[in-house]
Design a protein around this ligand. Structure first.
Ligand SMILES: C[S@@+](CC[C@H](N)C(=O)[O-])C[C@H]1O[C@@H](n2cnc3c(N)ncnc32)[C@H](O)[C@@H]1O
Length: 231
């Protein structure tokens, strides 16, 4: 697992972990919370099945795991110890069935066909092998289970796209760098989004990995997108 990029990504999140939540909410003006709730709302039918369980891959500090945990027993998994430490503190304050474990998204230490819903929020883009991640997620799902990929994407309205790109590439690294102490992490963010497949390419990749009924929603003009696919 410890290829160069994976190690760099893990160390980077380790450095910014103490300020990660603050910056997420500040830099998105709290819109990230709405995006996570929107994600869970599109899983309601699979989460209402008997004995339904959810897996939140690349769970970080567990915000989405906690949203899922309000509905079903949830496992969150991430390979960055420092992010999980913060996540576990948050979980401990709530009476929810949420378990956080350390592990690699590309080699999940869990049995096949175990979960009704699998989420990955702002994690897929960080994987060394995006397609390998989607295949691994597919392995985890029960038949008729659903994957939900919440990820930054490409704004779809031309003028808004230019304004947002200016903010994302020029303003965000300065604020993120000043508060987290790691400007490189907040320069990596926009550049990793540029390299990540856009809405249509990601949907195509999901279909190629075997997901059925693939669809997506642009969120906040396409700053982010929620992709859904069924097994
Ligand atoms: C941008 S954070 C997203 C955290 C959380 N899902 C959220 O919505 O705030 C990305 C997370 O992906 C994790 N990550 C990246 N690559 C991973 C991998 N190969 N296996 C497990 N976790 C990984 C990082 O450690 C980090 O916590």
């Amino acid at each position: 697992m410890s290829t160069g990029k994976a190690k760099e990504v893990r160390e980077m999140f380790g450095r910014i972990a103490p300020r990660y939540d603050l910056l997420n909410h500040l830099l998105s003006a709290n819109i990230d919370k709405r995006w996570r709730r929107f994600t869970v709302s599109h899983l309601k039918d699979v989460l209402s099945r008997p004995d339904s369980r959810a897996l939140d891959v690349c769970c970080g500090t567990a915000d989405l795991s906690l949203e899922l945990g309000k509905v079903v027993p949830t496992v969150g998994i991430d390979f960055c110890h420092s992010m999980l430490v913060i996540g576990k503190e948050k979980v401990a304050k709530r009476q929810l069935d949420v378990t956080l474990v350390e592990g690699d998204a590309l080699n999940l230490p869990l049995p096949d066909t175990s979960f009704d819903a699998l989420t990955c929020a702002f994690g897929l883009r960080n994987l060394v092998d995006v397609r390998g991640g989607l295949e691994e997620f597919y392995r985890m799902l029960k038949p008729s289970g659903r994957v939900a990929i919440l990820e930054f994407s490409q704004p779809v309205i031309p003028l808004f796209r230019q304004l947002f790109k200016f903010y994302f590439h020029k303003v965000l690294p300065i604020i993120g760098g000043a508060i987290s102490g790691s400007i490189s992490a907040y320069k990596y963010l926009p550049s990793s989004v540029e390299e990540f497949p856009d809405q249509e390419r990601l949907a195509t990749m999901m279909r190629e990995c075997g997901y059925k009924n693939v669809r997506y929603f642009n969120l906040t003009g396409g700053i982010a997108a929620l992709h859904l696919g069924d097994k």
